[in-house]
Design a protein around this ligand. Structure first.
Ligand code: ADP
Length: 472
């Protein structure tokens, strides 16, 4: 017969739990039985010994009151009742010679010589234990020393006690079979209940493996560790699914957004190939091609930067930077663009504002926000830049414009990769500026907030970790 199914069963946690539970259950039942057995054994033996002792005390009192003859006539009188009750009675003189003996019929054949020999040295606290040859039953004899050197001995067999204990053992053996069954039944019930969430978990993972991404582990609502594991697992699946959906959407967008410059590039190449090899036309075609390629490279580089910042692999050159000079530099660059477009620019900066940031990345973030503010604000509008210490550990930079504003339905999507508002399509752009801003700000452990009203303008507010020790 193959042992493989048995080996497979042994590897199952449920089976091992059942086995452990049943073993512990049976062992504790055995321990309980052993304790009960010991208690019963010692209490009935104590009772037997008390009975023997009280008989000796009775004879001793009689001796004290009326002398040896009274004791002898008493034991003679009780002979038949003692025989029936199974009591061994012996009265001995100071030379250990037997004056009287009651020997119940079941003790005929007892080695009396041996009992007499042990009696010579026995004191009141010791027990003489004797048994007939080939018999299990023990005769327990106590000795009472009487004044004048006489001795009275009373004994009783352990047969009755042995039979009671044997009955107890038999009952226990009868009980043990159901106890083992209950142990296994209880163990498998517990294992089934305890492992249910794990089985559900396995089932869910199997379903996901076969492509059912929306499979979830049914909640058990018990509030215990397994319930917590189930909740965490479901939460993790939810996050993974959102992430995968986001990646798929981003990939679709990339493919879609790459198609236009690629098609344009192909068009430029085809036109150049069909032209009459005029140097000027070919040069122009090459320049157009290079421009399209530049756009593609910028898009791919920005996408790489975003994913590096989001996954935490972006290398940030963190240092104490005075944001006032950094913002001032970028604002100065954009001042000319704003002037060209007829947009007024107001800058309100404190004397010093230190933060622990990567200066180049922070410059890129502010440039992107300023670029958008100027891009989406029509001529005659205004852009305001402000910076200050917000809390003990935060530096704030705000860029506000009086431009077109962002429609409420667009607001939740503006930070998504390659997302561009409908009205923004007429402006240059890749739809990656804000995604990069947010990813870089998060990589700095900062945050970004936006408030916008259509037709009135937008405000982007950056919060960056400040240098705690710098003056407020
Ligand atoms: P884009 O290259 O389109 O500017 P961004 O990621 O920088 O991409 O911005 C995403 C979208 O958010 C823009 O297409 C535009 O619709 C909107 N947006 C961003 N900044 C502003 C702003 N200051 N005013 C109005 N709309 C803005």
């Amino acid at each position: 017969m193959s042992l493989r199914p048995l080996k497979r069963l042994r590897k199952r946690v449920g089976f091992r739990m059942t086995l452990w539970y049943a073993t512990l259950f049976v062992l504790s039942s055995l321990l309980l039985f052993a304790l009960a057995y010991l208690l019963l054994f010692s209490s009935i033996r104590e009772k037997d010994r008390e009975m023997i002792q009280s008989k000796i005390d009775e004879y001793a009192l009689q001796y004290e009151a009326s002398g040896l003859e009274a004791v002898l006539s008493e034991v003679r009188l009780e002979r038949s009742s003692n025989e029936q009750a199974g009591f061994f009675v012996r009265v001995a003189d100071p030379h250990n010679r037997t004056l009287f003996l009651t020997l119940p019929p079941r003790w005929k054949g007892l080695n009396l010589k041996e009992v007499e020999a042990q009696s010579a040295t026995a004191d009141e606290d010791s027990w003489i234990l004797s048994r007939r040859r080939g018999d299990e039953e023990i005769l327990e004899i106590a000795t009472g020393r009487l004044p004048g050197g006489y001795a009275v001995q009373v004994g009783r067999g352990s047969g009755e006690r042995d039979r009671l204990l044997e009955y107890f053992r038999e009952v226990f053996i009868g009980i043990m079979i159901p106890v083992i069954l209950v142990g296994f039944a209880g163990g498998s019930f517990l294992a089934l209940r305890a492992l249910r969430p794990i089985r559900d978990l396995i089932q869910t993972v199997r379903s996901i493996d076969t492509g059912k991404m929306d499979a979830r582990v049914p909640s058990i609502q018990t509030g215990d560790e397994l319930d917590e594991l189930v909740q965490l697992f479901n939460g993790m699946l939810e996050k993974i699914q959102t992430l995968i959906a986001g990646m798929q959407a981003a990939l679709d967008n990339v493919a879609h957004d790459l198609r236009t410059p690629m098609t344009r590039l192909r068009g430029v190449i085809e036109t150049a190939l069909q032209s009459e090899c005029e140097e000027a036309a070919l040069r122009e075609a090459l320049m157009d091609g290079a421009e399209e390629l530049e756009r593609i490279v910028t898009m791919l580089n920005t996408l790489m930067d975003i994913s590096e910042a989001e996954t935490g692999t972006m290398k940030l050159d963190l240092q104490e930077v005075n944001l006032v000079s950094l913002v001032g530099e970028v604002a100065e660059l954009y001042q000319y663009v704003a002037e060209d477009k007829g947009i007024g620019m107001a800058i309100a900066l404190p004397d010093e504002l230190c933060a622990r940031v990567d200066p180049n990345r922070t410059r890129q973030v502010i440039a992107n926000l300023l670029d958008n503010a100027i891009k989406y604000t029509p001529s005659g509008g205004r852009v305001e830049i402000e910076a200050c210490r917000k809390a003990d550990d935060e530096a704030m930079i705000s860029i506000r414009d009086t431009g077109a504003g962002i429609p409420p339905h667009d607001l939740p999507k503006i930070f998504d990769r390659l997302y561009r508002g409908d009205k923004s399509r007429s402006h240059r752009g890749l739809g990656l500026g804000l995604s990069l801003v947010r990813a870089v700000v998060y990589a700095h452990k900062g945050r970004i907030e936006v408030e916008s009203h259509t037709g009135q303008g937008s405000q982007f507010v950056l919060f960056l970790p400040a240098d705690r020790h710098a003056p407020l």
